[in-house]
Design a protein around this ligand. Structure first.
Ligand SMILES: NC(=O)c1ccc[n+]([C@@H]2O[C@H](COP(=O)([O-])OP(=O)(O)OC[C@H]3O[C@@H](n4cnc5c(N)ncnc54)[C@H](O)[C@@H]3O)[C@@H](O)[C@H]2O)c1
Length: 353
């Protein structure tokens, strides 16, 4: 990948921004275009530290805009696609699924077509589609998702991601198109938008607000530090076999309530108890469960470990500590989001507490 010309979609989001930063560090001779239309979840400030890098170009635009995408492929001689752009929040997909269909399905199709048209006859190109373990549905008490697990998406979000995965695989089978798919478990870490569980809890707990936990709090997720996810994607991009899917996971199964309690305890330790003298666990409130809330996800990441030699570099305990430190050192980042347009949505979803 020396001298690669990449297009990264959704690079102003949570995982995309961490990935852009990693690529610019790890691949000194690359050139990278970040195509992002800055939805509520996209924040160009996530990449403020690289915006003057001459190898980096930001294009504000929609992945569904076929003309724009084709022009970027031509102007920048794109040979590598890393596709993150998506509507990514399950709750929003329940209240407003249309945007998920448009961006996640039609947007992925638009990118595939642009790449297929631009790359005819080339064998030095690759298209990596970033997806989720949620396409596999929900697990009982035991078992793990492998790359062979049948798809069984349950939310409009996971159904739209499943659909985009199928399109990507179909391009490989139909056109011998050089695809790679990664299906990853829940990420956490720096630049995570504060509507998702961990940053929401950190932000509320710091401000002494209630900590909403769905249902009985016993839903289980596998958690992966975002930097480890980005390293896995880079590895798949460099060494993955076209047409293959790689599951990526942290081997860190936790109940939601355990995650929330860990954040509370770490914050009590780092910044002291609440002004009332109570611990932050006292802020936990169980709220009505999300409709169709999948009970458990767990990933078998054996294939990427065996075939590409990737493993997570941090445990959940290390990663969550680093994440909390990051949020403590970047409080203005969260405050700016919460005081902007996101606030109305936040108030509607969780009430002004
Ligand atoms: N967050 C997770 O835990 C997780 C886990 C596994 C897989 N994924 C996948 O990783 C990808 C990135 O997730 P994230 O959490 O960083 O999401 P995010 O919501 O933080 O970021 C999405 C980015 O895509 C941009 N975007 C949305 N629609 C667009 C469009 N039509 N055109 C151009 N840009 C658009 C947004 O502005 C934003 O910058 C998604 O595809 C998601 O399905 C996420």
């Amino acid at each position: 990948m020396e001298g690669a010309n990449l297009i990264v979609t959704g690079g102003c989001g949570f995982i995309g921004s961490n990935f852009v930063r990693m690529v610019l560090t790890e691949l000194p001779n690359c050139r990278l275009v970040n195509l992002d239309n800055l939805t509520y979840a996209g924040n160009p400030k996530n990449l403020a530290d690289v915006e003057n890098d001459p190898r980096y170009r930001f294009v504000k635009g929609d992945i569904c805009d076929a003309e724009l995408v084709a022009s970027i492929f031509a102007e920048e001689k794109i040979d590598t696609v890393v596709h993150f752009a998506a509507e990514s929040h399950v709750d929003r997909s329940i209240t407003g699924p249309a945007a998920f269909i448009q961006t996640n399905i039609v947007g992925t199709f638009t990118l595939l077509e642009a790449a297929r048209t631009a790359w005819q006859g080339r064998d030095d190109v690759r298209f990596l589609h970033v997806s989720t373990d949620e396409v596999y549905g929900s697990l009982g008490e035991t078992g793990l998702f492998t790359e062979e697990t049948s798809y069984d998406p349950r939310s409009p979000y996971s159904a739209s991601k499943a659909s985009s995965d199928h399109l990507v695989s179909a391009y490989h089978h139909t056109y011998d198109f050089p695809t790679l798919i990664t299906n990853c478990s829940n990420n956490y870490g720096p630049y995570h938008f504060p509507e998702k569980l961990i940053p929401l809890i950190i932000s509320n707990a710091l401000n002494g607000k209630e900590l909403p936990v769905y249902g009985d709090g016993k839903n289980v997720r596998d958690w992966l530090y975002v930097v480890d996810h980005c390293a896995a994607i880079l590895k798949v991009l460099q060494q993955g076999v076209f047409g293959e899917t790689y599951n990526i996971g942290g081997n860190n199964e936790k109940q939601n309530i355990e995650v929330v309690q860990t954040v509370c305890d770490l914050l009590d330790e780092k910044v002291g108890l609440l002004s009332s003298g109570e611990t932050r666990r006292s802020l936990i409130r169980f709220v009505k469960d999300r409709p169709g809330h999948d009970r458990r996800y767990a990933i078998d990441a054996g294939k990427i470990r065996r075939e590409l030699g990737w493993e997570p570099s941090v445990t959940f305990e290390q990663g969550i500590e680093q994440t909390i430190e990051w949020y403590l050192n970047h409080r203005e980042w969260v405050e700016e989001i919460l005081s902007g347009s996101y606030r109305d949505y936040y108030a509607q979803q969780y009430g002004e507490r």
